[in-house]
Design a protein around this ligand. Structure first.
Ligand code: MG
Length: 195
């Protein structure tokens, strides 16, 4: 089918679908925020889980991130229903180590958050912090070949935002204790181009 500019999906529908997909797969925003807090707490005095929740919400408001979630979770779910064709079915189902497309999608969605997000994603991918460990397909809890990387990428992006915010605060002689958590959250106006 050719691109049809008369058919447009409303951004609210994409946002709702991405959030619903996460919930359906057993991942709460708090679970992702806990990873962010664990990563950033040692370097950021006054940082609370609430700050991290708002930062995760902000990352989840980005369309690129939502699209990555929808694609990855769809593939995990199709694999659980044995609806992929071979050899892809077996590759996704077994979380084949050399597959790499799960990581590629995750890396693609952290890139807008800079090098800190990228290196943090790499760390999370290796160490399997927090819920990422539980999502591991090889641990036998369904197929989450894409989801574990997507959660890592969202956490890494949210952590990067906090690291950058910390630098701004340092320059002002402040800490996160001076920042209401909502400041890190989604803007009230549409700000899809903004970090
Ligand atoms: Mg994976």
């Amino acid at each position: 089918m050719m691109h049809n500019k008369n058919v447009r999906v409303h951004s609210q529908d994409v946002t709702a679908a991405a959030k619903a997909a996460l919930i359906r797969r057993g991942v709460k925003i708090e679970d992702i925020a806990e990873i962010v807090h664990e990563m950033q707490n040692p370097y950021n005095p006054g940082l609370t889980l609430e700050h991290c929740i708002h930062s995760v919400e902000r990352v989840l408001s980005k369309r690129e991130v939502q699209h990555a979630l929808l694609v990855g979770i769809e593939l995990d779910e199709l694999a659980e229903k044995k609806m992929l064709s071979e050899p892809l079915q077996t590759i996704v189902e077994s979380d084949e180590g050399l597959f790499g497309v799960d990581e590629t999608i995750a890396i693609g969605s952290v890139l807008t958050y800079g090098s800190i997000a990228l290196t943090t994603y790499g760390h999370l991918d290796k160490k399997k912090v927090g819920i990422i460990e539980k999502l591991d397909t090889k641990a036998g809890n369904g197929i989450n070949t894409f989801l574990d990387d997507l959660v890592g990428s969202i956490a890494a992006s949210a952590a990067s935002r906090i690291a950058h915010k910390m630098r701004d605060l340092e320059e002002e002689g402040e800490t996160f204790a001076d920042v209401p958590p909502v400041v890190l959250g989604p803007k009230t106006e549409s700000d899809q181009d903004d970090e």
